[in-house]
Design a protein around this ligand. Structure first.
Ligand SMILES: Nc1ncnc2c1ncn2[C@@H]1O[C@H](COP(=O)(O)OP(=O)(O)OP(=O)(O)O)[C@@H](O)[C@H]1O
Ligand SMILES: [Mg+2]
Length: 251
């Protein structure tokens, strides 16, 4: 579903190369975890997948269902079913969360050639999804993410993901800032989205999240490259021994 081949990317402003020959394949149905030290390029990779203009791909390719997405703008990627939950979700003042959800869902439907949702059906879906994440429906009347606590923002991301039913989901440190109960709720939300026709990429620092969302594969990102891949036992190994061994092996 997702094939990243020898990707090189740099910051447009100053030309610094952040992604340096990254290879990663994630199949449909797979949950892949990306781990790696601070500053290794994990969030940058998610921005590049989203199509942020601050980064420029200089070499390699990103294939989504066999097609390059490099020429697609962020909106086209979203309607194609690519969803990114960022480490620091953006605040959108002036747009009620509810309204944002409605527009986003109907854009997706339009792209699939479906009619916009009728209001009662939309409300029903939002209420169900919010309840499953233990979110107060009144919160959705507030502007998206504005004044939301860290954990509330993360839940709001998962709520969007549930409602938009994307095919490729990338979650950047969705566990950071979540309390113990929220971690469970959010993990259950992600697990509920596991499906043979969907791929999920989870960026995390901690084995703890992976106890709830058990990954099929684990990849270590370091200095803009995947330096080691393995199964979930790799995450246990990293938790116990840190990154030094893996980095040493790759050097
Ligand atoms: N726009 C930018 N300008 C300057 N440096 C940048 C920019 N974007 C990314 N970087 C640098 O690229 C490197 C990778 O950053 P990135 O946020 O992708 O790391 P990360 O692996 O997500 O780290 P963390 O685990 O701390 O979230 C860092 O050294 C960061 O400072
Ligand atoms: Mg990051």
């Amino acid at each position: 579903m997702l094939e990243i081949k020898n990707l090189h990317a740099r910051i447009v402003d100053d030309g610094t190369e952040i992604i340096r020959g990254l290879d990663l394949t994630v199949k449909a149905g797979e949950v892949a975890a990306i781990m790696g030290p601070n500053g290794s390029g994990k969030s940058t990779l998610s921005y590049i997948l989203a199509g942020r203009e601050d980064y420029e791909v200089t070499e390699g390719d990103i294939l989504y269902n066999g097609q390059s997405i490099l020429e697609m703008d962020p909106a086209e990627r979203a309607t194609a079913g690519i969803f990114l939950a960022f480490q620091y979700p953006m605040e959108i003042p002036g747009v009620a969360t509810m309204e944002f959800l409605k527009v986003a869902m109907n854009e997706q439907r339009k792209a699939r050639g479906e009619e916009p949702l009728k209001v009662p059906e939309f409300l029903k879906r939002v209420k169900e999804a919010a309840a499953s994440l233990s979110m107060d429906i009144n919160m959705l009347k507030r502007p998206l993410n504005v004044g939301f606590s860290g954990g509330e923002k993360k839940r709001a991301e998962i709520l969007q993901m549930k409602l938009l039913e994307p095919k490729l989901c990338v979650l950047d440190e969705t566990d950071s800032g979540l309390d113990i109960d929220a971690l469970k709720i959010v993990s259950e939300g992600v697990n509920a989205l596991r499906s043979p026709d969907r791929a999920i990429v989870v960026i995390t620092h901690y084995q703890r999240l992976l106890e709830h969302i058990v990954p099929d594969s684990v990849h270590v990102l370091y200095k803009g490259q995947v330096i080691k891949s393995g199964d979930k036992s790799l995450a246990f190994d990293l938790e116990a021994n840190g990154y030094a061994g893996v980095i040493g092996e790759a050097a």
